[in-house]
Design a protein around this ligand. Sequence first.
Ligand SMILES: Cc1cc2nc3c(=O)[nH]c(=O)nc-3n(C[C@H](O)[C@H](O)[C@H](O)COP(=O)(O)OP(=O)(O)OC[C@H]3O[C@@H](n4cnc5c(N)ncnc54)[C@H](O)[C@@H]3O)c2cc1C
Length: 535
Amino acid sequence: MTETDVVIIGAGHNGLTCAAYLAQAGLRVCVVERRKVAGGAAVTEEFHPGFRNSVAAYTVSLLNPKIIADLALADHGLEIVERRAQNFLPAPDGSYLLTGEGRTRASVARLSAHDADAIEGFSRELELIADVLRQFVLRAPPNLVAGFGAGAIREAFNALGTANILRNLSLDQQRDLLDLFTRSAGDMLDERFENDLVKALFGFDAIVGNYASPYAPGSAYVMLHHAFGEVNGKKGVWGHAIGGMGAITQAMAKAARAAGADIRLEAGVREVIVERHRAAGVVLENGEIVRAKYVASSVNPKLLYTRLVPAQALPDNFSARMQRWRNGSGTFRMNVALSALPSFTALPGEGDHLTAGIILAPSLGYMERAYQDARDHGWSRAPVVEVLVPSTLDESLAPEGAHVASLFCQHVAPELPGGRSWDDHREEVADLMIATVDRVAPGFAASVVGRQILSPLDLERQFGLLGGDIFHGALTLNQLFSARPMLGHADYRGPLKGLYHCGSGAHPGGGVTGAPGHNAARTILADHRALFASR
Ligand SMILES: Cc1cc2nc3c(=O)[nH]c(=O)nc-3n(C[C@H](O)[C@H](O)[C@H](O)COP(=O)(O)OP(=O)(O)OC[C@H]3O[C@@H](n4cnc5c(N)ncnc54)[C@H](O)[C@@H]3O)c2cc1C
């Protein structure tokens, strides 16, 4: 048996961030992770002899700059580089859109003079609202509490702080904010733009990890969720971590260990120990016990409350509500080893566009049909694929002359209709994804010398992502902000004393941000100090 101050369930990037902050503050911290490697969904692995890639998460922008600085991640080996072009969207008719610093306007103008004027205004609108969101990322949302105790006073101040941030927006900007939280991305984009590729550029962000049509109400928020990041101080930009996403979590693990945290691998949690309505530690799968004053969980909240915390320890209705927590991203992930770079019919040969996020989804209608098809059939027969070739920015990933590509594919059903299993359809769907790329980049299929396939079921098995949900729960209005993971528990405190949420199931949600881990650490430290002050 081990005794410690804090035990953290899961060494994903949020568990590691939380561990590093707590250890830096002088607490004894033990992180227990089920897998052989730390990093959760942000890891780099060799998937084919000589070829390494980010296994699941594959591109960086949302990682908070304060966390990069506080954890001195650069000193621990992290280097993030910008893509030389941001996005490339080739269309079947041979036209294309190529965005990035100094390129977007001219490229849009070739497709539509109207949209070239409109895009600057819309990007400014998004940027302004993203600036507001940035102010909410590293603070707990206002939490609903019963009664008028100390918690209610604390929350009243928190709500005032939130109101103050919003007060800085004009009434018109507040209306934009409401639109972005509630409306469909498709409707908003149709109102502003006329060209399909321009709409698809923004619309893609609305369906990434979101098993829904771009015309579903609330999809505009998902688009916004992908816009509040930055790379090396440049807002809204996406980049690449040298060495893949695992470089981020390896640097975090080093920062946590340097501050004194103990990170145990192949140490899955079987159960959270509850004594007198308080979380008191965990029992590992091998029977070992880690007792702790505080238990912080970075796993999907549904996994925590339906599999790890004994049901009888939870308040009435809590478990029933958690059963209804909506998971399922509708994503299918592949890594491919390539003997040569892809060459696109719309823009043949090498160039900066091969460093971009290459979006194969030429219109919002295409994305909507992909979703409908996946609902009916189990996967879209004309899927949405983003291709990223990180070896164009990072020579460490593939042998000389060869390359690796990430394929991030939407829409597939989290669970196949008719009781079918993903185990029986994985290869067939992987072939379809490669054929989809080959259609716009002939020769791509022939250049694939190795592949790694992750269906939603594989994502659940390997990473504990229920239903393959990349965000630990859909980013819908009823699962966001003060309602993440449930009204009354948005302050990172669970329904049992001593139990905290430090993963993507807490505000501000999924993505490699580090924010839930940072915010949870602050709450745990506040409770720890209050406990000592009261003694
Ligand atoms: C395919 C895919 C692509 C993505 N692409 C991007 C992207 O490009 N950019 C981006 O910013 N985000 C991306 N995301 C989202 C992002 O990766 C996740 O939201 C984020 O990494 C989640 O971090 P976390 O620390 O909250 O949880 P996780 O990374 O899920 O970590 C939780 C950890 O808990 C462990 N665990 C589970 N059960 C137990 C147990 N019983 N005992 C002990 N440990 C346990 C797991 O093994 C895991 O290590 C992607 C995600 C996926 C799946």
